[in-house]
Design a protein around this ligand. Sequence first.
Ligand code: CP
Ligand code: NVA
Length: 305
Amino acid sequence: MAARHFLTLNDLTINELSDLLDHASFLRREWQAGKVRNSLGNRVLAMIFEKSSTRTRVSFEAGMSQLGGSAMFLSPRDTQLGRGEPIEDSARVISSMVDAVMIRTFAHEKVDRFAQVSRVPVINALTDDFHPCQLLADMQTYREHRGSIAGATVTWVGDGNNMCNSYINAARIFGFHLNVACPEGYAPDNDLLSAHESCVTVFDDPREAARGANLIVTDVWASMGQEQEAEERRKIFAPYQVNPALMDLAAPDALFMHCLPAHRGEEISDDMLDQPGSVVWDEAENRLHAQKALLEFLILGKLEQ
Ligand code: CP
Ligand code: NVA
């Protein structure tokens, strides 16, 4: 049977995602209670990182260990991937030796090409276009704090980047409405927007977009690979800061999320992470639990308590 991959949220059905998020919350409770689990004993995850990471690396590596398996960190600096070995050749070899592969890279096309040849599940751990693992953690966190997100209004403030694109996918799958507030020229991809017309509205003014929202989300103004644009972007994005005044326009019990790392004084005010609606630390911790559920689902082909 061909391996299942997780390259975007669209690779799983809503029922699979829903079961996976329930399982992630179960794993969180089990882990917090100190129970030992060995569901992935002797299994190996290869982790290819072509960009920096704290949360993704720690959560995948710790997650595999906590499930009885292990993870291997591969950087282009010391593998043949960084010396031009074709991605398909690397995929054929690596996937013949491990049980799953996680990739963080630039062009999304690279994870597609790897997955086409891979014998084992491939997980997108962030590309320039999508960051679906973060959405698992965000959706888990919303459910744990507020229940179903179906019918809710979510407001994305800032750059129409990889995180925003994954929120657009999530809006259709999970049945919420997404307001996107971004400066002119920084809106998400047009084709993606046209395909999601019925569940996404684009605004210029973050205050209009935030009105009545149940969840407000933002991210860095300059993503990895855009470091040279950071200064110009700081000026352009200045009116798009999420702060308590913006949160006041949202629903009274609105939540705030940020995938982190955050830049205080830029996309968020200094005090934003400490506001009552901010759930960013749960959101970060849930990367661990959501990905453990994902690893069990992809490697074992089932979710079992
Ligand atoms: N949110 C996230 O993916 O963080 P890292 O870049 O630290 O992995
Ligand atoms: N949009 C950010 C997310 C970091 C987790 C980036 O791609 O750098």
